[in-house]
Design a protein around this ligand. Structure first.
Ligand SMILES: Cc1cc2nc3c(=O)[nH]c(=O)nc-3n(C[C@H](O)[C@H](O)[C@H](O)COP(=O)(O)O)c2cc1C
Length: 152
């Protein structure tokens, strides 16, 4: 079973969570910008990470998901960080886009991340210290849980 954690992160929050999930999953870890779309087919499980942008995945993540090859029978999961809300809708969109490629969605993990008031405006003073140690422990456990489900 080959698993890959793939993430996009502008200010580092989602990257921290990505590393913790990859630890739990004992998987490879790559930035979405660094991956070749033709190499993706080799993986049995894709775990996709994104910041919440406008109550959905970041545009780069949506584009990446739209460009994925059809991978029938493979499994997917997702994670996101956010200022306050939008995780549910983000997972719904990722789930639908994966389904379009024949990938079945297992579950999603979300937590708060250090942020500005709105989007790119203002100083980064909200959710200081997030994701915190506890969030990262939960993220690692999420990775372990997903691994167990895929192996069953
Ligand atoms: C353009 C933009 C749009 C955002 N939209 C939302 C949003 O709809 N809901 C929310 O809770 N946070 C929103 N945020 C905050 C980010 O999701 C949050 O800071 C996230 O942890 C950043 O992750 P990163 O450090 O991996 O880039 C937005 C941030 C940006 C820059």
């Amino acid at each position: 079973m080959r698993a890959l954690v793939l993430y996009y992160s502008e200010t580092g929050n989602t990257e921290k969570v990505a590393k913790a999930i990859a630890r739990g999953l004992s998987s490879e870890l790559k930035k979405i910008e660094d991956v070749k779309i033709e190499d993706i087919k080799d993986y049995d499980l894709l775990c996709i990470g994104t910041p919440v942008h406008g109550f959905g995945p970041a545009k780069k993540v949506e584009k990446f998901l739209d460009e994925l090859p059809v991978m029938s029978g493979k499994k997917g999961a997702a994670f996101c960080t956010m200022h306050i809300w939008g995780d549910k809708r983000t997972f719904k969109i990722i789930k639908e886009k994966l389904r379009n490629k024949g990938i079945s969605f297992i579950d999603g993990f979300s937590c708060l991340g250090l942020s500005r008031l709105i989007g790119n405006f203002g100083p980064r003073i909200f959710n200081k210290g997030r994701p915190n140690e506890e969030n990262l422990k939960e993220a690692e456990s999420f990775g372990k849980k997903i691994l167990k489900i895929v192996k069953e």
